[in-house]
Write a protein that binds this ligand. Structure first.
Ligand code: GLU
Length: 313
């Protein structure tokens, strides 16, 4: 899909300001939410830049939030380095782990109480349930599906546990995760860049895990809770998350919260159309810093690359 981001961002600015400042006077708040599972690369810097520009255009706030809930994949030093690189590039966040701010903490690992609260509310309303399936059972389901040439998906078995069965398992201290019960049927939403999108998630996926066995939330729950709690007005993020947005909107609905406005940004690609790989060392911002590039040069390149500004897309 070939998109002219530059042309599209202009309507975002207009629609965004109409929807968000008209009547309710809602402040524009955007966030860049990388996982410190690696260092900042060109694609991440571009997402951060668009968020920064959008915030500055509207006199709003640009937030850096570190999504560090996948504890097994954390890269030492990455969290600090990401903020260093934003500062080096001249697009420092207004609120961040380093800057602090009124909606902190800005690292998800410090916000577990918020996720627990949301999980509790979802369990109480019946929108979520505890799943006691063992890793062995899940593996078996997966293998069976693959053998039949189907996409593996959880069969939602624990949806049907009675409350006394749940109590019995809890009293035995059996480990569990919490899953969100996907409502059936097609759900549609309007993305500011990609337009109307429709997905019937329950027909292709099993109920997703929202709280893991270690008490940490998965990305889907954490980003919904944080965008809500941090009063984020617009989510500008990479297009790889477009497919997950229906899930996020269903979570907002189940929690009774108003969702932000979404705009997914097309990915930066190599010349041959392939995805920029993080394994190509030369896409990391530190690589450019070490080689003496000026930050303005880099910003110029990522502004023009794939942006749709005349002749450069
Ligand atoms: N932690 C996600 C990432 O690193 C953020 C996705 C989002 O912006 O919602 O891509």
């Amino acid at each position: 899909m070939r998109l002219l981001l530059a042309r599209v961002l202009l309507p975002i600015v207009h629609r965004g300001s109409r929807q968000c400042t008209g009547g309710t006077q809602k402040e524009i708040r955007v966030r860049f939410a990388p996982s410190p599972t690696g260092f900042l690369h060109l694609g991440g810097l571009r997402t951060a830049l668009y968020n920064y520009l959008f915030a500055k255009k509207h006199g709003g706030a640009f937030i850096l939030r570190l999504e560090d809930t996948d504890r097994s994949r954390l890269v030492p030093g990455a969290a600090e380095a990401i903020e260093d690189m934003l500062e080096w590039a001249g697009i420092p966040p207004d609120e961040s782990p380093r800057q602090g701010g009124p909606y902190g903490p800005y690292e998800q690992s410090q916000r577990l109480n918020f996720y627990q609260e949301a999980v509790q509310a979802l369990l109480e309303s019946g929108a979520a349930y505890r799943c006691f399936c063992t890793p062995q059972r899940l593996e078996l389901i997966k293998k069976e599906a693959l053998r039949r040439g189907e996409m593996p998906r959880y069969d939602n078995r624990c949806r049907h546990l009675t409350s006394s069965q749940v109590q019995e398992k809890l009293s035995k201290n059996l480990p569990f995760v919490v899953r969100f019960q996907l409502p059936s049927g097609a759900h549609s939403f309007q993305d500011l860049v990609y337009g109307w999108t429709q997905h019937d998630l329950a027909s292709v996926e099993g109920d997703p895990v929202i709280l893991k066995g270690d008490g940490f939330p998965t990305y889907h729950l954490a980003n919904v809770v944080d965008d809500h709690k941090m009063a984020v007005s617009h989510v500008l993020r990479g297009e790889e998350w477009l497919i997950s947005t229906t899930k996020h909107l269903l979570l907002y609905r189940a929690l009774g919260w108003q969702p932000p406005i979404y705009a997914h940004l097309p990915l930066l690609l190599n010349k041959d159309g392939s995805k920029l790989s993080k394994r190509q060392g030369d896409i990391f911002i530190q690589h450019f810093v070490q080689r003496g590039y000026l930050s303005d040069t880099l910003l110029d390149v990522i502004t023009n690359c794939g942006s749709g500004f005349a002749g450069n897309d």
